[in-house]
Design a protein around this ligand. Structure first.
Ligand SMILES: Nc1ncnc2c1ncn2[C@@H]1O[C@H](COP(=O)(O)OP(=O)(O)OP(=O)(O)O)[C@@H](O)[C@H]1O
Length: 243
């Protein structure tokens, strides 16, 4: 069990896009995150790493604004509302939506659900679908896609929101190696385009290729900084040791 967080240098001296100060959060009757002090650097990929139940999805929900902190502070430094791509399993199978309609929902934040999309909105949707290679699936029902295809559609919906902060919950889970590689390259491209990316992941290769890492253990911050320095064999063994 970590009493003190392990800190290591982050890649460069990036200013934080998001700062958490003594932040605690959870669900009714279930505190999950405890007094987190952490920075999410701007224009970088940050990996959220930790065992099942350590609080990664909860932290994404807090940063996305869908879970309110119970105490402490969450500060966003400028920018648009975050785009949140939940875990694939969190999206209902029974929704009667086509792939294109699902990605178009990414424009609702700007346009509202009842207004017609503008030409520019449609171009944004087209580009997001092309980047995730789901254009050929446009007319298919979301529910009839494979898990990996559905994952790509949900990421395309996130891109269509054109936020400068993209929050992804296990975006490469269930993808084959080629699709995983495509997502990893895409995330790097997005940073070049001016997007700050945060991904919760169990994929240690993806975490190690990120610019920064927040390591969670039982709702506590066990470390933050450069993944190569943080995700050492001994740290991982301590964090993942059976209780
Ligand atoms: N809606 C909810 N209501 C109550 N408790 C919840 C809810 N969602 C998650 N929890 C609990 O909060 C804790 C943290 O869960 P969370 O999903 O944030 O962890 P995680 O690190 O993302 O896990 P995983 O790697 O399995 O996705 C767990 O104990 C979980 O049971």
């Amino acid at each position: 069990m970590f009493k003190k967080p392990v800190f290591s240098a982050t890649a460069g001296d990036r200013s934080p896009r998001v700062r958490l100060s003594e932040l605690s959060a959870g669900y009714p009757g279930r505190p999950v995150l405890h007094q987190l002090d952490a920075d999410i650097p701007a224009l970088a990929i940050t990996a959220l790493v930790g065992p099942n139940g350590s609080g990664k999805s909860t932290l994404l929900g807090v940063v996305a604004g869908v879970i309110r902190p119970t105490s402490g502070e969450l500060r966003h430094n400028g920018g648009r509302p975050p785009a949140f791509v939940p875990q694939r399993g969190a999206v209902g199978d029974a929704l009667p939506l086509t792939v294109r309609q699902t990605v178009e929902m990414g424009r609702w934040g700007d346009r509202g659900p009842w207004r017609r999309l503008t030409r520019r909105d449609r171009a944004t949707v087209d580009t997001a679908m092309e980047r995730l290679a789901v254009t050929d699936l446009a007319a298919r029902q979301l529910a009839e896609l494979s898990g990996g295809q559905r994952q790509r559609v949900l990421i395309a919906q996130g891109l269509a929101q054109e936020s400068d902060l993209l929050l992804l919950d296990e975006p490469t889970t269930g993808l084959d190696p080629e699709a995983r590689e495509r997502i990893t390259s895409l995330l790097t491209e997005l940073v070049t385009d001016g997007v700050t990316v945060v991904q919760a992941t169990h994929d240690l290769a993806a975490a190690r290729s990120a610019d920064a890492c927040l390591l969670l253990h039982d709702g506590h911050l066990a470390g933050q900084g450069d993944p190569a320095q943080l995700l050492t064999a001994s740290t991982l063994a301590r964090i993942w040791q059976p209780v």
